[in-house]
Write a protein that binds this ligand. Structure first.
Ligand code: FDA
Length: 456
């Protein structure tokens, strides 16, 4: 098995003009953090500068734009920005961003570690704007092909198409790839998204279009943060509509963000998790699921509860929490959708005629093998069929693969709960950058050795 030492140094010298050291697939926060780490490295060590390119299907930088709800706050401290945990002196810190925007003192006076998502999005855009030279927007990666020579694979061709003109296909060659394509929306079995059936991912692209009054009802399915935020947003935005929240639990449960539990998001926790036996990994993921999955920020729970109670006092009920209930089906119609809901306690069936049904049903990992094509067969898996990933976030591949394939996300089974979150992005970016440099140095040492042999 090989973790890939890169192609031969002589080839590398020949092809340096047209071969990138790294191509990143996706340019969300994870690959943006990596772009920054590489940019900072390139500035300090131009002799070993890495030539990199990130391909992003969106036409401009965007971080979950469909959920940039007014007032919604970050679930992590601003200190877990794209760089601070790796290098607090970086020019890409959230504090430098605030200073440049002229809001440093104002932010401090808020006495909060949690900026709004809108503000954090602006920070991310501010970072991305400084790295446009590395980014190719509006390009969806559709395939990765291994380039084989003498039985070895030292390069890959990354094929992308323009999102506005799929006939515009381009191929870029690279020594390494990093897959940072994020998660995909999960829908309940048998339910399809459509005009009036939305995953929360699309909330702000869809809801503001429903301007025609009167509104009847919106039904929101789910028990997590996005569900609670969607309920709050719809309640506030459509004052003539009833909002029905279908929650499988008895009610919304709070996220555990207490200090000891929060350590599960520390960079050192990745080390510990990585080295732990499988059984311990499973236990830890189960024990700490309530830091992230199907849980809601405590303040938002209080706010929604207060609203329900105040409506009770007033004798009106516009916000209905249908707890211990399950969605059993969705029937889309001309000007709305019907949500079919069953109570888990009484078995009662409800039909909720809705202007729209909003599915806050979470996200799934995308198996990177879908993109890796023939390379997928060379990926080493464990007994459960999961990809084996090294500590430096590189896929373990068959011996003849010299290309480095890195993963940003989809590594919860090896690197723990932070795999698809922001908490450790800064540190992880540094680790991947260091690993790339190690491969590059290995190549150059071999080039020197080859030159030495030739001279003898
Ligand atoms: P992300 O999904 O952000 O980016 C992947 C990028 O790849 C996208 O831009 C996509 O367009 C692109 N892409 C996909 N396939 C492609 C292809 N084939 N070709 C080219 N481009 C492609 N976490 C946290 O720690 N704190 C928080 O406060 C929040 N808040 C939060 C709010 C909401 C509403 C959501 C949905 C999620 C969060 N998260 C979060 C979790 C979230 O996963 C995390 O914040 C980052 O989005 C992870 O960044 P990535 O770059 O890994 O994925």
């Amino acid at each position: 098995m090989s973790r890939g030492l890169g192609q031969s140094a002589a080839d590398r010298a020949d092809e340096a003009a047209q071969v990138d050291d790294l191509i990143g697939i996706g340019f969300g926060p994870a690959n943006l953090a990596l772009a920054i780490a590489i940019d900072e490295h390139n500035r300090t060590g131009p002799a070993q500068a890495l030539q990199v390119r990130f391909l992003e299907q969106q036409e401009r930088f965007g971080w979950h734009r469909g959920m940039l709800l007014e007032g919604a706050t970050m679930q992590v401290s601003f200190l877990k920005d794209l760089v601070t945990m790796r290098d607090p002196r970086s020019r890409y810190t959230f504090l430098t961003y605030l200073q440049e925007r002229g809001r440093l003192a104002d932010f401090i006076n808020q006495k909060s570690f949690y900026p709004t998502r809108l503000e954090f999005h602006d920070y991310l855009e501010w970072c991305a704007a400084q790295l446009t030279h590395q980014a190719g927007y509006g390009r969806r990666v559709v395939a990765v092909h291994p380039v084989e020579r003498d039985g070895r694979v030292a390069l890959v061709d990354v094929v992308s198409e323009s999102v506005t003109d799929p006939a515009d296909r381009r191929t870029h060659r690279a020594r390494n790839v990093v897959v940072g394509t994020g998660l995909k929306p999960r829908l309940p079995a048998g339910v399809e998204a459509g005009e009036r059936v939305w995953h929360t991912r699309d909330l702000l692209f869809r809801a503001p279009r429903l301007t025609d009054r009167p509104h009847r009802r919106f039904t929101v399915v789910g028990a997590g943060q996005s569900a609670a935020e969607a309920v709050e947003y719809l309640y506030r935005t459509f004052p003539d509509a009833e909002i029905c929240a279908v929650v499988g639990r008895y009610g919304y449960s709070p996220a555990d963000d207490s200090p000891f539990a929060n350590r599960i998001f520390d960079p050192s926790a990745v080390d510990e998790f990585f080295g732990a036996p499988d059984e311990a990994k499973r236990t830890l993921l189960g024990q700490h699921a309530n830091t992230n999955y199907a849980v809601v920020d405590g303040d938002l729970i209080e706010q929604l509860y207060r609203t329900v109670y105040q409506e009770k006092v007033a004798g009106t009920e516009r916000l209905r929490i249908l707890n211990a209930s399950r969605l059993t089906g969705v029937e889309p119609g001309e000007d709305g959708a019907r949500a079919l809901v069953r109570s888990l306690t009484t078995g009662e069936e409800l039909v909720l005629e809705s202007d729209a049904v909003v599915l806050a049903t979470g996200y799934d990992h995308v198996d990177p093998r879908e993109l890796l094509g023939e390379l997928a067969a060379a990926c080493v898996t464990d007994a459960a069929g999961r990809l084996r990933v090294e500590r430096d976030h590189q896929l373990l591949t068959a011996d003849h693969i010299d290309v480095g394939v890195y993963l940003q996300g989809g590594t919860e089974h090896t690197h723990g709960i932070t795999s698809s979150l922001l908490s450790t992005l800064a540190v992880r970016a540094g680790e991947i950058c260091d690993s790339l440099l190690l491969r590059l140095t290995g190549d150059e040492l071999r080039l020197d050795e080859a030159a030495g042999l030739a001279a003898n």
